[in-house]
Each structure stands twice: as structure tokens, then as C-alpha cells.
Ligand binder design. Structure first.
Ligand SMILES: [Fe+2]
Length: 331
């Protein structure tokens, strides 16, 4: 899609933000520590200006591409072979910038069982994961999904920052507001007749033994319908053909209205995780240090969700705060 609107950070904000990030990195801040120290917060005026400018994704489109936040930083070294091998010093400026920007938009969090509880995730292809439905995959398309759709406290905002993407491997987006669905299908999809289990990037292997609490696929959100969708990890609790047909119609609708955002180094993609599903085209990883490398941060804001989600156990996956401490449930 060629008409994806790019929002370029004004020069005066870019300069002030770059300086603030560089100062904090020089003082020892890293992506997973910068939000824990009050003295590393952004100056209030800069924070207000940046927050106003970043805004939130368009309520109908559900996404926003921001360019320029990372322009002042040196390019990190080779793409690591695995998220666990990422050197926090190597991409410190990008990590700190992303974490500081993310906090302007809501509560930044991680998951205890994902990437060691860190709040800045590294998304890069890894050997052995090529064909899985996780961010480290490559040779299979990553199918449409809501980020962490299994959990009632999943992110409202998903932030993806591009470190490198030499082959212009596209990130796919599809929004529920533009999905061509019949009124009958929407009514079916409101029924809490499926469950989404944790994906394979989590360490919990007992999800199948948990109580199955039905989840609604669509609901009335802040700006129209909300959506929760991850067919690769879904168990349907009914054999009602009307529901199955509606669910199939939803998948076809995403295919129809979906589009590619080709992220470039330095781009930040903000995705409304309540209104937009995302995926990725297939590609062949090179594993030579030049592969596509994204940073991911999850943000909880004030998204409207079905009250029924309060009944869910979230498969006992717990959140971590920016200091890697477990967040009490319900925060
Ligand atoms: Fe994802």
C-alpha cells in the first residue's frame, strides 16, 4: 500500500528528544531500566510536546507510522541470532527512546514468561522457529492476530520500532472498522464461543488444561467495533454453523481489507491492538547479522473491553513492570 501516511517528527522535537535520550544512555540508562528511575523521565515540557505530537493511532484506521524518533542514533550492530543474545548496550539508544516514548502513551509492561520479563522485546528471526506462529518465525507468513489475544490484560497499543529491514519485509495490518462484515456475522462474533490460548512464545505448556472461559471476538469499543482474534491458537467451543461461517467471514474480511506497511529503519509503528490485527509476510532469514530486526513494546491504556473478560484467568500469565517486577492482577 503506497498511501500509508508517514508522520515525520518536527526537527525541534527530534533534536530535543535525541539529546535527552543520549544523556540518559550516557548516565547508564538502558531499555529495561530507564523507566524505573524518576531522574530519567523526560523533561515535562518535552514530554508534553512529544505526547501531543505522537498522539494515538487514528480511531478508524487504528495505526500510525512515525518517522524520526530514532534518527539521531547510531545504527546498532549485527542483528542477533536470538532475542536472548541481544546486547542491551548495543541498541541502548533505540531501546531507551522507545521506552520513553511508549510511557507517554500509557502503562508499559512485559510478561513474566516472555523474553525474561523485559519490556523492550527483540523481534528477529531465529533458527528453529522458522515455521512457528511467533515473532521469531520467517518462512511461514505470520497470520492475522491480536497481540497476546489470550489475555484480558493484553496491550491496548502495540509499538514496533524498526532497527533494520533490508528486504522491506512487510508488516501486515487489517482493521475491524474497515472489514466487510454482514450485520449477522457481527452479531454471531459477539457471542463468547471461543477461547484463545497463549502462543508458543510463552513458556506455559499447560494452557490446554485450564478452564475454558468463552471469549467474544468483537464488541462495541471506543470508536466502533473492537476485535480479538488469533485463529492459530483458537479453540472453538461450539459447532454452530452460523458462528463458524461468521468466523470464516471475518478471516476473509481481513484478507480483503488488509494491507502492507513496509517499515524502514527508524520507523515506529503504533497499532491499536483493540481495533487492528497484524501479521507478517513470509521471508527467508539469512542469519548473517543483516536480518530484519524490530523492537516491540506493549502499552496498556484505557481501551474498552467486554466486562466478561474480567472472568478470565489469562492462563495465569503475569505482567511485569519496567523494573521487571510482577504486576499484581487487575492493575
Ligand atoms: Fe504479534
Amino acid at each position: 500500500m503506497n498511501d500509508v501516511k508517514i508522520h515525520s517528527l518536527p526537527a525541534h522535537l527530534r533534536v530535543a528528544f535525541t539529546e535527552a535520550v543520549a544523556d540518559r544512555v550516557a548516565a547508564g540508562a538502558r531499555g529495561d531500566t530507564v523507566l524505573g528511575r524518576p531522574e530519567w523521565q523526560l523533561p515535562e515540557r518535552l514530554a508534553d510536546q512529544l505526547r501531543d505530537w505522537l498522539g494515538n493511532p487514528d480511531p478508524v484506521d487504528g495505526f500510525r507510522v512515525v518517522r524520526g524518533l530514532f534518527d539521531g542514533f547510531a545504527q546498532p550492530g549485527p542483528t542477533p541470532a536470538h532475542w536472548a543474545e541481544t546486547d542491551p548496550d548495543d541498541s541502548a539508544a533505540h531501546d531507551v527512546a522507545l521506552a520513553l516514548a511508549a510511557r507517554l502513551l500509557g502503562r508499559v509492561f512485559g510478561w513474566t514468561d516472555q523474553q525474561d520479563g523485559r519490556v523492550v522485546h527483540n523481534i528477529l528471526p531465529s533458527r528453529g522457529y522458522e515455521q512457528m506462529q511467533v515473532g521469531a518465525s520467517s518462512t511461514v507468513p505470520l497470520t492475522w492476530h491480536t497481540e497476546d489475544g489470550f489475555h484480558p490484560e493484553r496491550a491496548d497499543l502495540l509499538l514496533l520500532a524498526c532497527i533494520r529491514n533490508p528486504d522491506a519485509i512487510g508488516t501486515l495490518l487489517a482493521g475491524i472498522q474497515r472489514a466487510p462484515l454482514s450485520p449477522e456475522a457481527i452479531e454471531q462474533l459477539r457471542r463468547p464461543l471461543l477461547v484463545i490460548e497463549p502462543d508458543d512464545s510463552y513458556e506455559d505448556e499447560d494452557a490446554a488444561h485450564e478452564e475454558r472461559i468463552g471469549m467474544a471476538t468483537v464488541w462495541d469499543g471506543d470508536h466502533g467495533l473492537g476485535v480479538r482474534y488469533d485463529p492459530s491458537y483458537t479453540v472453538t467451543l461450539t459447532d454452530d454453523p452460523a458462528f463458524s461461517a461468521a468466523y470464516q467471514q471475518l478471516g476473509a474480511a481481513f484478507e480483503e481489507c488488509g494491507f502492507i506497511v513496509p517499515l524502514e529503519p527508524g520507523d515506529l509503528l503504533m497499532v491499536d491492538n483493540n481495533a487492528v490485527v497484524h501479521g507478517r509476510i513470509a521471508f527467508r532469514a539469512r542469519y548473517d547479522g543483516t536480518d530484519r530486526w524490530l523492537k516491540r513494546v506493549l502499552v496498556r491504556a484505557q481501551g474498552v473491553r467486554p466486562t466478561r473478560e474480567l472472568l478470565e484467568h489469562g492462563y495465569h500469565q503475569q505482567q511485569t513492570d519496567p523494573e521487571n517486577q510482577v504486576v499484581p492482577a487487575g492493575v
